[in-house]
Write a protein that binds this ligand. Structure first.
Ligand SMILES: Cc1cc2nc3c(=O)[nH]c(=O)nc-3n(C[C@H](O)[C@H](O)[C@H](O)COP(=O)(O)OP(=O)(O)OC[C@H]3O[C@@H](n4cnc5c(N)ncnc54)[C@H](O)[C@@H]3O)c2cc1C
Length: 433
């Protein structure tokens, strides 16, 4: 390993001997996986040697810099995971916005008041449903937490890899690296997934997400607003500075003119298509666009390799689940590796990887199917089933039981949760030998 490429103060612990775990991609998910492993094993007599290879680390954000438009709605489970690694207190509280309710409706229901589905954190006895946080803050907080616990971030890019019986060898712009377990956390177009030979089902939604921050005439009321249209969805996520982050997922044919039109024409169109729910909007940032794809890796693991986060699965952003699912992958994998570590087992052992794949595939698949059904029937459909779904939003509103189920999902507290996401405050890891 090239010493120069490591973070200051790093020791070439892996020189001549493979790292225990190398995580390619220090995005929110990869950085959190690294920090979870580092924090859980650092007190051991022989701690795991872990490094992150990251191509494009963002600079720290100065406190007076306006809020970025790339944000995520983080669930309670994600908050617990980020708290357990010490990243949560590193995110400035003045830049995080707790949101207390969601209001969802469909354009076909008129007037709006007749069909708004409302989820309130109070139904679940929670103070809020989660937080809206800038992506770059989640990423930098998790990377800093990893380094503070003694981990190494290597600046570089993966170019090639070769699998051997007892290790994986990687060619990177920072030199050759070897590891006993390779974790691919390098996003939707994962080089790890492709280089290790894991196939994926990839399809386009024929939609583009337009993302920007807007100041609205009416206050956001700590509420996430989402209107399903016949040509997509518009969401307003409340921000800490009083503005809202919009995510407008529009059919490609509708998105192109929305991106090309003048600022004031766009604001007018947003006002009209959002049913004037927050009054007149004023753009505060440029409009960014993201073509929307679905990606599902057929397998999440290969010999001495596991995929987590968007490298394993990319879902439609309408349910705000991508980072949240990825952080649960990170926590599940880390829990299994730490259990193996306590038994002095190899972190890249097939038994660990098989358990991880079974666990997370069985959680992700039904969620991905449900998100697609929402997109198909609520944001597009014209057939009878879709009409029932669209009108059904109002019926769900009348059932406390069904609403509670949706709230538990929004909080990220359903399914088979890793231990660290289950309890509040997070449990300390069991003692190590
Ligand atoms: C419009 C939109 C809105 C969204 N809103 C939400 C939301 O509200 N809530 C939510 O939970 N999710 C949301 N998501 C999804 C979320 O953004 C992703 O799921 C999340 O960013 C995935 O994190 P990740 O760490 O797996 O991958 P990424 O964020 O893609 O990070 C991958 C990292 O790997 C690095 N990398 C890539 N290739 C290499 C290489 N070869 N070598 C070294 N490093 C490499 C990259 O530099 C990057 O830092 C949204 C997505 C979109 C498009």
């Amino acid at each position: 390993m090239s010493e120069a490429a490591m973070s200051p103060g790093a020791t070439p612990a892996a020189a001549g001997e493979p790292l225990d775990v190398l995580i390619v991609g220090g995005g929110p998910v990869g950085a959190s996986a690294a920090a979870l492993l580092q924090v859980s094993t650092k007190e051991a007599r022989r701690p795991l040697r872990i490094a992150v290879l990251e191509l494009n680390r963002p600079a720290a954000t100065a406190p007076d810099v306006p809020l970025d438009s790339r944000v995520s709605a983080l669930s309670r489970a994600s908050e617990r995971i980020l708290t357990a690694i010490g990243a949560w207190p590193l995110i400035p509280s003045l830049r995080m916005q707790p949101y207390e309710r969601m209001r969802v409706w469909h354009e076909s229901v008129q007037p709006r008041s007749a069909g708004v589905l409302e989820f309130d954190a109070a139904y679940a006895g929670e103070p809020n449903l989660g937080y809206i946080v800038e992506n770059r803050l989640i990423q930098t907080a998790a990377l800093t937490a990893f380094e503070s616990a003694g981990g190494h971030v290597i600046a570089g890019e993966l170019s090639r890899l070769r699998a051997h019986d007892h290790h994986i060898e990687l060619e990177t712009s920072a030199g050759t690296l070897t590891c006993r377990l390779l974790v691919g956390a390098d996003g939707a177009r994962s080089s790890v997934r492709q280089s290790i030979g894991l196939s994926a089902e990839t399809s386009t939604y024929h939609q583009t997400a337009i993302v920007a921050n807007v100041r609205t005439e009416l206050p956001h009321e700590r509420t996430a607003w989402q209107r399903f249209l016949r040509t997509g969805t518009i969401a307003f996520l409340p921000l800490a500075d009083g503005c809202s982050s919009i995510v407008w997922s529009a059919d490609d044919s509708a998105a192109a003119p929305l991106l090309a039109m003048s600022q004031s024409a766009f604001e007018q169109e947003l006002l009209r298509q959002s049913d004037s729910v927050l009054g007149a909007p004023k753009l505060r940032t440029e409009r960014l666009s993201f073509p929307l794809h679905k990606v599902t890796a057929h397998r999440f693991t290969a010999h001495r390799c596991a995929l987590i986060g968007d490298a394993a699965h990319v879902v439609h952003p309408l349910a705000g689940q991508g980072v949240n699912l990825g952080l649960l992958d990170a926590a599940a994998l880390s829990e299994l590796i730490c259990a193996a570590f306590r038994m002095r087992e190899d972190p890249g052992a097939q038994t660990v990887l098989r358990r991880y794949e079974r666990w997370r595939k069985s959680e992700i698949e039904p969620i991905a199917l449900a998100i697609d059904a929402f997109n198909r029937h609520l944001a597009h459909g014209v057939g009878p089933l879709s009409r029932i779904a669209q009108r059904g939003l109002a019926l769900v509103n009348r059932s406390d039981e069904v609403k509670r189920l949706f709230i538990t999902r929004a909080l990220g507290l359903d399914g088979e949760l890793p231990e660290i996401a289950r309890r509040s405050p997070p449990v300390p890891p069991p003692p190590l030998s």
